[in-house]
Design a protein. Sequence first.
Length: 153
Amino acid sequence: MRALLNVNGTPRDVDAPDDMPLLWVLRDLLALTGTKYGCGLALCGACTVHVDGKPVRACLMPWTAVKDRAVTTIEGIGATPAGARVQKAWLDLEVVQCGYCQSGQIMSATALVANNPQPDDADIDAAMSGNICRCGTYNRIRAAIKQAAGDAA
């Protein structure tokens, strides 16, 4: 199937099988490699992107399910106010260790901060559940989310 896909505010021409996961369209066809392949089962969160502002796992979602919707990847999230605050907090607090999961972590954190100006620990736990960090940077992730939310106030 051939269609336009709105990625990071830009219409992109995509010609791919209907059932191709969004992850592979982004990475292999559009060269947006910031979104990572983790488990392939939508369990680890490495492939998280936003569709109409909501975090979704791109590894299982067929690209045709989002062709009429706005897709935002890690490459475009910094253009949003919440995304810019989250990315700044990530850098300020040196959240990243190996970095592999961090694009998915940032995407989930940005959706939380955009929709909840004062998340508590329970809100953070709920929003970030399913985003796995093998390096164990969870305390720094929590602190960065709180900083990003506080910067909005």
